[in-house]
Design a protein around this ligand. Structure first.
Ligand code: FEO
Length: 412
């Protein structure tokens, strides 16, 4: 009788032998409303290789899927593309179980694995361009540092044109389908965008290098097998193009208005700013933090040209939810944004000044002085907020026009 957990065939030599985490709802601060998967892969040629492993609680599921293809003790080579524990935690057990001839990682990966897992045995460092024969198939390694850890690398299987891209091109999505083209397109693009925004946005320069390196692989990859979510086998160029666009973070006419409110005044200001944005020809994504997670805000900011942040003052400071999202966004280093701070206050009104400083630290170009309204904004105050929205919209349109002129004149 077939076991509960079965491998899924990806290509002639490759099987998916990962695990599905249907229950995960938070991945170090990133809200994973649809769970995730931890993808490990088996390459079955004359020799057998395991590429990455899974998060510790899912070890038995991975081993059962491997066993549905081969006895795990037959694994000859284990490759660790990424030392983060959601992919490396089961490595010591797999080394003990399989006693492979070789365990391979990047030079920094060797250190990271030793420091994380206290592995005693030999781990060999591979360099960019190194190849390891599995007999009728061969693995090729490419270094992709800071996508998104220092030791990150990818592994290519030219015979099958399968790229094992670790976190790159991934998404947090638990599903019964193993391939992106079997899923709803909007869902796939939403989760792909969210993953880039929350995990890869700070490393946009390294993403450009990743794309260059992937472009050098011969023959060109046809399948991208990531460490999270479904595998790409169609729409490959589309996801590569989207990564190139996101890495560039060109200005758009979208403005994100994020705020929280105590008694409704900051919400009124946000609403008035949004009216001005829309009236001025921008699109406004208004995100009250009572109903928006920090990682959803980051997702919207990825494709935005403006960020406007509002908070009431509480105990001389920023509202806690706003402080949370600002700390999170600052770490993600969004580029090329304009913006402004706003909020209501009763006496001190310090929150708006603090937000303005945080926007400055994020290199957001402030297009207006911070807007502060005492207690409840009156009609004049709301009208000024609407004007702020219109001014931001005008700047966004101007930046987009200038950017399209540059593209046109340089033929890009
Ligand atoms: Fe999925 Fe960076 O670990």
């Amino acid at each position: 009788m077939a076991g509960v957990f079965q491998a899924v065939r990806v290509s002639k030599h490759v099987y998916w032998v990962g695990a599905i985490d249907w229950a995960l709802r938070d991945f170090h601060g990133y809200s994973t409303a649809r769970g995730t998967s931890y993808n490990a892969y088996l390459v079955v040629a004359d020799k057998i290789a395991l590429i990455d492993t899974v998060r510790a609680p899912f070890r038995d599921e991975m081993i059962a899927r491997i066993r549905s293809v081969v006895d795990p003790e037959r694994i000859d080579v284990i490759v660790s593309n990424h030392a983060e524990m959601d992919h490396s935690a089961c490595l010591p057990h797999m080394v003990e179980l399989a006693r492979p001839e070789r365990v391979l990682a990047s030079a920094k990966g060797v250190d990271a694995l030793r420091q994380h897992l206290r592995l005693d045995g030999d781990i060999e460092a591979v360099k960019d361009g190194d190849r390891v024969s599995l007999g009728e198939a061969e693995l090729e390694f490419a270094m992709t540092p800071m996508v998104h850890w220092p030791e990150s690398m990818v592994t290519y299987l030219p015979t099958d044109r399968v790229l094992f891209s670790q976190d790159g091109f991934g998404m947090h999505l638990a599903s019964g389908q193993r391939f992106a083209d079997e899923l709803d397109k909007d869902l796939v693009w939403h989760e792909t965008t969210k993953y880039f925004a929350n995990i890869l946005m700070p490393f946009s320069r390294q993403i450009v290098k990743l794309l260059e390196r992937v472009g050098q692989l011969q023959p060109t990859p046809e399948i991208v097998a990531t460490d999270h979510g479904p595998i790409w086998r169609k729409d490959l160029q589309a996801v590569i193009d989207r990564y190139a666009e996101w890495a560039e973070q060109r200005p758009t006419t979208k403005a994100v208005v994020v705020y929280d409110t105590m008694w409704g005044s900051t919400a009124k200001i946000a609403g008035a700013i949004a009216e001005g944005l829309i009236d001025g020809g921008a699109s406004a994504k208004v995100m009250p933090l009572s109903g928006s997670n920090r990682s959803d805000v980051a997702t919207e900011v990825l494709e935005a040209g403006a960020l406007l942040v509002g908070s009431p003052t509480i105990n001389s400071n920023i509202f806690p939810t706003v402080a949370d999202v600002m700390t999170y966004l600052k770490g993600l280093k969004p580029q090329n944004l304009i913006g402004a701070a706003f909020g209501s206050y009763g006496w001190g009104g310090e929150a708006v000044k603090h937000i303005d400083e945080l926007l400055g630290a994020m290199k957001v170009e402030r297009v207006a002085d911070p807007v502060r309204c005492k207690y409840v904004p009156d009609e004049d105050a709301l009208s000024a907020c609407r004007s702020l929205g219109s001014a931001v919209a005008a700047r966004l349109r101007q930046s987009c026009e200038a950017s399209s002129v540059v593209s046109h004149t340089t033929g890009q």
